[in-house]
Write a protein that binds this ligand. Structure first.
Ligand code: 0O2
Length: 258
């Protein structure tokens, strides 16, 4: 029974990781920072079925989180953006939403959950499954991971003093997310510049490597030295300009070759 769920998790993680790559290759900020996925363990499925009195035959319809995807964002604003991206995708349909951002759980848990329908191809043809997608910030995830690990130890009976600490930690996490949001645009600018710089450097080095096949060695060494000089200045504009000039030089050699 769990096989199609394994496939669904693998597919969605791959697709969403590819989305992150696409944003980065285009020099754009990715609202998704990390993606994780899991199929619920059999022990956990049985425990939940017992707790919620779900008959075995109804597991697939009544247990919505047999397959789960967790999307981690840097900023709280990214969560809504990611939810929009998922809503607009043609490979899934949103069944329902649980907004624990505006309505945090009494424990302090905050996250945005979507239950989606997703179809996988199996040897018996297409199979439509339900999956739970949890979207939260890095900070919210930190809190939820720690709190979840305590649930294993204490089950329902987390001691009062620990519960209080967790509750104030949840408030601190909320404030941290707000603080980070207030400098979001500066952080995004800095991250975009650093991704763009890394991308430009790779392109320039590829160009120089290609020039080795066609240009004379003395010219290439001059170009290489110029690259080192500009690279050391850590100036994105100069690097962009150098990249353009190098493109023109490479084009010149290509034309000569024709
Ligand atoms: P797992 O796989 O161990 O994470 P529930 O009745 O609360 O068990 P329900 O009604 O199916 O679950 O939906 P809900 O409340 O949206 O919870 C679904 C999942 O959200 C949980 O999965 C957790 O992963 C996460 N979650 C919900 N509440 C909390 C919370 O207070 N703390 C933490 N850390 N996570 C929470 P499971 O079933 O616990 O399984």
């Amino acid at each position: 029974m769990l096989d199609p769920y394994e496939l669904a998790v693998k597919e969605l993680v791959l697709k969403l990781e590819h989305l992150i790559e696409e944003y980065r290759l285009k020099g754009m900020y990715s609202p998704i920072e990390q993606v994780k996925g899991r199929v619920k363990s059999i022990a956990s499925i049985l425990e939940k079925a017992q707790r919620k009195k779900i008959p075995f035959d109804n597991l697939e319809t009544e247990m919505e989180d047999i397959a789960g995807i967790r999307i981690i964002c840097q900023f709280e604003e990214d969560i809504e953006r990611v939810a929009q991206i998922l809503r607009s995708r043609s490979d899934m349909t949103v069944k329902s939403v649980k907004d624990y951002l505006t309505n945090a759980k009494p424990s302090g848990y905050r996250s945005y959950h979507l239950i989606i329908y997703y179809t996988v191809e199996t040897v018996n043809g297409p199979k439509r499954l339900q999956m739970e997608v949890q979207i939260r910030t890095l900070a919210m995830n930190f809190w939820a991971t720690i709190e979840h690990s305590l649930q294993y130890k204490y089950k329902e009976n987390i001691p009062e003093y620990v519960r209080k600490r967790l509750s104030s930690a949840a408030e601190a996490i909320g404030m941290l997310d707000k603080e980070m949001s207030s400098v979001r645009s500066e952080i995004i600018d800095a991250q975009n510049s650093s991704h763009m710089q890394a991308h430009l450097v790779v392109e320039i080095l590829n160009n120089i490597q290609n020039l080795y096949k066609v240009a004379n060695k003395r010219d290439i060494i001059k170009i290489q030295d110029e690259f080192y000089r500009i690279y050391a200045q850590e100036d994105l504009d100069q690097l962009t300009q150098f990249h353009k000039e190098l493109d023109a030089i490479a084009e010149g050699y290509r034309a000569q070759g024709l």
